[in-house]
Design a protein around this ligand. Sequence first.
Ligand code: BDP
Length: 748
Amino acid sequence: MTRRQPLDRLRRALWMALWLVIAVALLGAPGARADDGYRLWLRYDPLEHQWRARYSAAAAELVAASGLSPTLQAAQAELLRGLTGLLGAAPRATDDVTQDGAILFGTPTSSPLVKGLALDLRPAGREGYLIRTLTIHGHRATVIAANTDVGVLYGAFGFLRLLQTRAPVDHLDIASSPRISRRVLDHWDNLDGSVERGYAGDSLWKWESLPEYLSPRYTDYARACASIGINGAVLNNVNATPFILTPLYLHKVAALAGVLRPYGVRVYLSAPFSAPVTLGKLKTADPLDPHVQAWWSAKVNEIYREIPDFGGFLMKANSEGQPGPEDYGRTQAQGADLLARALARHGGIVMWRAFVYSTGSHSEDRARQAYDTFKPLDGEFADNVLVQVKNGPIDFQPREPFHPLFGAMPHTHLMLELQVSKEYLGQRTSFVYLGPLFEEALRDDTWTRGAGSTVARVIDGSLYGERLTAIAGVANTGSSRSWCGSIFNQANWYAFGRLAWDPDLSAAEVAAEWVKMTFTSDRRFVAPVVQMMLGSREAAVDYMTPLGLASQMAAGTHFGPGPWVAPAKGMPPDWSSTYYSRADASGLGFDRTASGSNATAQYSPRLAAQYGNAAACPDNLLLWFHHLSWDYRMRSGRTLWDSLVLHYGRGVDWVRQARKTWSKLSPYVDSQRYRLTADFLAVQEKHAEWWRNASIAYFQSISHRPLPAGVPAPPDTLAHYEAFCIPYVEGSPGHSPGCPPADIPVPR
Ligand code: BDP
């Protein structure tokens, strides 16, 4: 025995310990790793062994022509990155098909090989793609081909998605193209870095360091958008400031546009209607004034000099204090056409919002106003104008009927506006998957041209034969590392993009795709999580605004319950909750039938009859359209009051169950994403209980009915709930008006 032996043993032991640490880090349970969610659904972690083996045979080499455009370079980079990550090895880069398992991508213009295949690319359209398994030079190859470079990019992401979701790729024959041509995210980002109704940190855009500093996040944002087919971004808030149109900011916008361009994402801007006055120093912004027209025309020319593919303007006019054409006695169409004329020669468009309602002391039902303003203008909007209509007639509520304008303007391009950011659905923390809400909004049938006249067919142009089609989602992105403030909020961004591409996809398939890409394809995880996602929106409806109630949220912040919020002095009555619930001794709900505001008449006769008759009206819209006695007998045989109370409880129970389900899933998730979701579900449980208790306490003070047997009474008094409020909420300017800085109690 020499003296060196103990030293050797020690060295060997240290090496083994080191290897053990490395092995645990590499192979250990996912729960041991941390992940902040930054990579979204584009994670590209190594697939399970059997899938790697299977796919590697189909991804041996990546064939690229020379001289690729920036967009094709992006496609190539994504394929390389994705394949290397998923399969654990980079495919060989070649310029010809030399072996089985080649991946060839390009357009007939960019690639002689693709051209030589003489594929029928018509099904790909302008932005779509084909993915086909073919034999080239005697070798099996996967071809990703399109008419345009951006189509190839979408195809690259489509191919990677097949791998990420563990789909077979041996005999591919896919043709995919978007049904809606403009698929746009509306960022409600202010130039000071805050985000209106944003629950994921500050704005993504760092205006002060633009144009010199181009954060890598801008590229990752563009990749994420392209991966789901989003091809436009309105960079700034609809409540716009004129600064965005100054040379200083346009220069910054141009720099951002330069980053987004290779990914097919066009830039749009929100502009204030009064810009000719505030910025141009004119005396008026009257759309019929020739100086005003000249000002917009010059401004638009200036924008196109900076950003040659500028998409156009989004405009919020005569809404919530914003200036607009009505200030000058002109119509919404005259206002829109003013901008449309300036943009037309450059190919730009106007997205003119229908979210117009009077904020004066008016008596007209708020739900009727947009229809009454816009319907008479059908046919008067220029060809490059889209009227952007929110999914429901009020404002992104947990549930609303579809907006009646979708059935009422056959001679106008209508686009749908959805809110991805969950302003009224629990904001950052609540686990609420919006796929079912989007699906419902798209599939609602307007009946204007018989059965199947769905909102999707109105906005994709197939019902009225329109060429200019669009859909917008109010973005939920911010500077939070997870982009969306929570992991599950990412699913809403994903679902918006996927349904904008193909409105016929179901919320369930989109959820399953997302879960597999974002977490794992293990069925023991996918099945319960998809189920949770699909139930989550209805649960939120249950504990917040069941049976067609709407706008019962705390004033200002819209986070917690505020059913007692009554019209305040100097505030429009429809900024209160009691305006919508109409709760009184006689019952609950807003009478929108012929005996009330007659908003039902804005729907097709068939729907007007159905909605107008309480016995035929769907339960989930009952109190939207009817004021009913507390003792009204529901289809279930229960009274309205009992039903209402049970819905609140059902919502809370769902959250409790979701927490239990999630608690069993830690073996399949890394610790960081597991913990975040578990903690947020705990927040949501409190939130749901708060909603349930406060709502029951309030409505019981009016109904004076006992709670159904077995239902626990709210633990606190109504006065307590009224006093408890959260003064500040991320994304809401100032403090909640209903929240005096007296002693705020702690809820039980
Ligand atoms: C409401 C938001 C408000 C927006 C407005 C809009 O509370 O912050 O400015 O919609 O869409 O939902 O313009």
